[in-house]
Design a protein around this ligand. Structure first.
Ligand code: B12
Ligand code: SF4
Length: 503
């Protein structure tokens, strides 16, 4: 059995001038601190991050362990140039389609329309190849997707075991009704089998990075023979025990760990074979188990002196200064912390379960111990008003000015299908949602309106927040001209086609 797995591109994000200015300052402020060891060559390779689809590459390595041959098809913008990524990818799949028994697409909400369009073209030319779809959009909208698209079978939630059983059944022409975690149409009716319990992910083989080059020419790789991943995202821990009403992450409610030996092998591989020079620990709650976090930090610290790292975490009031000192000793350069709103009432409405004084205390400890802090803020939190948004923007600026937060990321809240915020919109005063799924991405344009704020209000407040960030950063690191001179060639291309993959 041979299967093609496709990561369709997320449409290029149109950026306003203010967004470009904001990304300039956001990146520059990090380039002087956490990325200060990266070279011009590292930055010039950022476009190579685009095809790295961790979920699909993990699925592929698992299936190959069970002797299913796989080929990975991902999007790329060679050397950052603006190209028709969808058409390029489709051509490649069509050219090789008759080699495959099944073609599988992965999609988040923003890439669903692209996956749908590509699948239709394949169905037209190769009507007999079964088409399957996985990724979180498929299963939160399974009825709509099965009725409106050409996909034959949807894989829900974690894909490894389900896809293996599904492909085996298809190979042997056996019924698929008894396979947990799928949906399909039979006799005009949508059928969904029961969900599957979470698997023990510590048993999984290494992510199938070796498949990255399956379908790229050396020209597409800018003359290199391998994709470099200067900043690697690794996940020694996955999941989050919290449940924010707008969170579209389904790796909840448990925090589970990767096998430490496998994790070590992965970071070593990325350093040695993929030119990784920085690790972003994409855990949602790094400090959830403090002892475990210290162990992981110890491992990361042993990669010194050429390697540096940062991690994402929730606020843990039990973390002491001593923990931050140990993190710093292990060369943790930065902690990413979701604050979202400065208004405690809104934090309660969104179910964030953090308290502002505790957030401040944790940031203070980190800063005092010499760790940078990167905070996340939202415009458009549930029940946001002009006043609460202004309070958030002022607080963010104040924290930046006083050094409590070294850098800050501002996003417009996107209410993703499947979340409580989207599905029970009457509870949040939502009066309109954008029907175009391709807007549910990193473009930061409003995807809803509420009784309190219109699209124009959201746009204004978001731009105001970015303007504030730029003003503070201008005071701290200088004007755009000064910063550009100081950075020299150590600056990435902010082309919208691939920047969503790079940040
Ligand atoms: C890592 C990550 C990234 C990384 C890497 C992305 C990648 N594709 O690997 C980066 C930083 C690049 C990124 C960027 C973006 N991301 Co992101 N990202 C994540 C994150 C934290 C983890 C994804 C992951 O690796 N999960 C672990 C793997 C194992 O799971 P998985 O990918 O879902 O795949 C499994 C199953 O779904 C299934 N499966 C998946 N595909 C297929 C296909 C087939 C055929 C089958 C059978 C099965 C199958 O099997 C896999 C193995 O179990 C998730 C949150 C989360 N925890 O899911 C957000 C998340 C997926 N991202 C999200 C978004 C919105 C984006 C951006 C648009 C953000 C932006 N502002 O620009 C961009 C889009 C980039 C792109 N081109 O896809 C949203 C999607 C929400 C939605 N419903 O659409 C999420 C859920 C976060 C959130 N907001 O809640 N992201
Ligand atoms: S804390 Fe982060 S990962 Fe956890 S539920 Fe909230 S948004 Fe999702």
């Amino acid at each position: 059995m041979k299967v093609a797995f496709v990561a369709p591109p997320v449409p290029a994000v149109p950026l306003s001038n203010m967004q470009r200015r904001y990304y300039f300052y956001l990146f520059a402020s990090r380039a002087f601190t956490v990325f200060n060891h990266l070279t011009g060559q590292d930055f010039s390779r950022f476009w190579m991050l685009e095809p790295v689809h961790l979920g699909l590459l993990q699925l592929i390595s698992f299936l190959e362990q069970h002797e299913i041959e796989c080929s990975f098809f991902g999007p790329i913008s060679p050397e950052g140039n603006d190209v028709d990524r969808e058409e390029m990818l489709l051509r490649k799949i069509l050219n090789r389609a008759d080699e495959f028994d099944v073609i599988g697409f992965s999609s988040i909400t923003a890439s669903y329309r692209t996956a749908d369009r590509m699948a239709r073209r394949i169905r037209q030319e190769y009507p007999d190849i079964p088409l399957i779809l996985g990724g979180n959009h498929a299963w939160v909208r399974h009825e709509e997707v099965l009725r409106d698209s050409v996909f034959d079978i949807l894989v829900h939630r974690e894909g490894e075991q389900t896809t293996l059983e599904l492909l085996r059944a298809m190979e042997r022409n056996r019924p698929i009704d008894g396979i947990a975690g799928i949906s399909f149409i039979r006799d005009g009716k949508v059928l969904k089998t029961p969900d599957r319990p979470r698997m023990d992910r510590s048993l999984l083989p290494m992510i199938g990075y070796e498949h990255l080059e399956d379908n790229f020419s050396s020209e597409e790789l800018g003359g290199d023979d391998r994709i470099s991943i200067p900043i690697s995202r690794v996940t020694p821990l996955t999941g989050c025990t919290n449940d924010c009403v707008w969170c579209a992450d389904f790796w909840k409610p448990k925090v589970t760990g990767q096998n430490p030996d496998r994790f070590r092998a992965e970071v070593t591989y990325l350093m040695e074979r993929r030119n990784s020079r920085f690790f972003y620990l994409g855990t949602h709650d790094f400090l959830h188990h403090l002892d475990r976090a210290m162990e992981i930090a110890g491992l990361m610290g042993s990669l010194r002196p050429e390697m540096h790292w940062e991690a994402q975490t929730r606020v843990n009031p039990a973390a002491t200064r001593e923990h931050f000192r140990r993190l710093r000793e292990a060369d943790c350069r930065c902690l990413h912390v979701g604050v979202e709103s400065a208004n405690q009432d809104l934090l309660r409405v969104m179910g964030k379960n953090i308290r502002i004084p505790e957030v401040m205390r944790m940031l203070e400890y980190a800063r005092e111990e010499g760790i940078e802090t990167h905070t996340y803020w939202l415009v458009g939190s549930p029940l946001e008003t002009y006043e609460t948004a202004r309070q958030t923007i002022e607080t963010m600026s104040q924290w930046l000015r006083t050094g409590l937060s070294s850098t800050a990321e501002i996003n417009m809240l996107v209410g993703y299908p499947g979340t409580d915020f989207y599905e029970h919109r009457q509870n949040y005063g939502i009066t309109w949602v954008d029907p175009d799924y391709s807007h549910y991405d990193g473009r930061n344009q409003p995807t809803f309106e509420t009784k309190y704020l219109t699209k124009r209000d959201f746009e204004y407040l978001f731009h105001r927040a970015m303007d504030e960030y730029c003003s503070v950063m201008e005071e701290i690191i200088g004007s755009q001209e000064q910063v550009t001179t100081k950075l020299g060639d150590r600056f990435p291309n902010f082309d919208p086609a691939f920047m969503e993959a790079a940040f």
